[in-house]
Design a protein around this ligand. Structure first.
Ligand code: MN
Length: 454
């Protein structure tokens, strides 16, 4: 493919057609996350084996093993080069190849998986079938070597709700509507779905106390976020332009930014979050490309009376389709529910469309001072609370700072997370005239704090 006829990630093309069907029946499963129109990436291996992790693409209930595809020489040209790059134990090399390579691989796999195939990409069905591994037999790893992790704060509803609790007189700080707020996080404690982590210990200042105390966190919380993987980076000293910032985005995953609210409340001023956030962050194994999300773009708008973004954070494409309507849900399963064989209970339903800043604005702002983003860097969206209370993506909002517990089926209640609790994030997109696509799940479980000696 030439650059001229390579469609941009935001343009609908033959890979999005809602009528496309795969020869793999599970790709057509009603309500499934991984139809032929999705084709997200992960790194995986067969569970309980010493196999090397390698890149894979989800289709139905299977994974296309990119190492096997590359070894069998099933693809040609740019798609073959992309599959080869994706055969490694992390996706950084594929990410670094850039948007034309990801698009070429998506197009070739879409054609090869189609009912009846495609004359321009003839691939034997049996040969590709031999490269499939059932998802039920797979285990996953964090898909990239994440050099840097930055967490943004792009929900004005979350910022306002949190601000009211931490600073009742001064809820939303005056910079919020001008600057995409963020902080530099930590990569070493990022784990893939299935992550189990110990309740953190730390310093807290109990209300009314005159000195801080030390012990296990008592206000352990979740943050419902999306994670954005940087594909090709930018040179140190140069900035991304908002008009092509999205071409530097490999894709989007689910992200739970576990947070210790009592530790946070005591430590966060004046430099922001530190130990309240860096003990664990869980990401989903599957990364959905921006190209797959193209049918779910929505207009980015500002409420009446709010300032419009500064020129470097504004473009026609960002205004017309810079936001994404990604449906999000948080489920909570207590140890009691697990023992009773009861599935997780939904505690939040919202959409990414409510964010105050877009993906393109996050990347552009991050680089405007010359900061270089690199392949595999991860940007968190910030907690994606929507405008109403039931759309809040953190317990601190859902329970109004722990004052109003959530009722769970079976009679239990929760204000903060208890030991043994599991939290499941889910994301999907659906609308008339487009295929439903999903992100799979992002699950994490709280273990008891480590015991204090003496
Ligand atoms: Mn966060």
């Amino acid at each position: 493919m030439t650059a001229q006829n390579t469609p941009r990630q935001d343009v609908l093309n033959e890979t999005h057609h809602p009528a496309l069907q795969s020869w793999l029946p599970s790709a057509q499963a009603a309500g499934g996350d991984f139809p032929i129109q999705n084709l997200p990436f992960a790194v995986f291996r067969r569970q309980g084996t010493g196999e090397a992790f390698r890149g894979g693409v989800a289709i139905g209930d299977q994974i296309i093993d990119l190492a096997a595809v590359a070894q069998a020489g099933l693809l040609k040209g740019a798609a073959a080069a992309a599959a080869q790059a994706g055969a490694q134990d992390k996706l950084n090399a594929l990410m670094a190849l850039g948007a034309p390579a990801w698009r070429a691989l998506r197009l070739a796999l879409s054609r090869a998986l189609r009912q009846g195939g495609h004359p321009e990409n003839p691939v034997e069905q049996a040969a590709l079938q031999a490269c499939l591994v059932p998802q039920a037999e797979a285990e996953y790893d964090v898909p990239a070597r994440i050099g840097d992790y930055t967490d943004f704060y792009t929900s004005i509803h979350h910022a306002t709700n949190i601000g009211k609790q931490f600073r009742p007189d001064n809820a939303l700080l005056p910079n919020y509507k001008w600057v995409p707020i963020g902080y530099h996080g930590r990569t070493s404690s990022i784990g893939v779905s299935g992550q189990q982590f110990r309740r953190p210990l730390g310093q807290t200042m109990p209300p009314g106390a005159s000195a801080p105390s030390f012990g296990p966190c008592k206000r352990l919380d979740i943050e419902l976020e999306l994670g954005i993987y940087v594909g090709s980076g930018n040179t140190l000293g140069e900035a991304l332009d908002i008009t092509d910032a999205e071409d530097h985005v490999f894709g989007i995953c689910l992200l739970n930014d576990w947070s210790a609210r009592d530790i946070q409340g005591w430590e966060y001023q004046p430099l922001g979050p530190f130990l309240a956030k860096n003990f664990a962050t869980t990401v989903s194994p599957w990364v959905v490309t921006l190209e797959a999300l193209a049918p779910y773009r929505v207009a980015f708008t500002r409420p009446e009376g709010d300032p419009q973004p500064m020129a470097y954070l504004d473009s026609a494409a960002n205004r017309s389709g810079g936001a994404f309507d990604i449906q999000l849900q948080v489920g909570l399963q207590t140890p009691q529910m697990r023992a009773d064989g009861q599935a997780d209970a939904s505690i939040c339903r919202t959409s990414y469309r409510h964010a105050y800043w877009t993906v393109a604005q996050m990347l552009t702002h991050h680089t405007v001072n010359g900061c270089n983003l690199q392949p595999g860097d991860l940007l968190g969206s910030g907690t994606l609370s929507g405008p109403t209370l039931d759309q809040a993506g953190a317990l601190i909002e859902l329970t109004t700072g722990g004052k109003n517990p959530i009722a769970l089926p079976g009679g239990e209640q929760r204000t903060w997370l208890e030991d043994g609790d599991s939290v499941v994030l889910r994301g999907w997109c659906e609308r008339e005239g487009a295929a439903r696509i999903g992100f799979g799940e992002c699950v994490g479980t709280v273990l008891p704090a480590r015991t204090l000696e003496g």
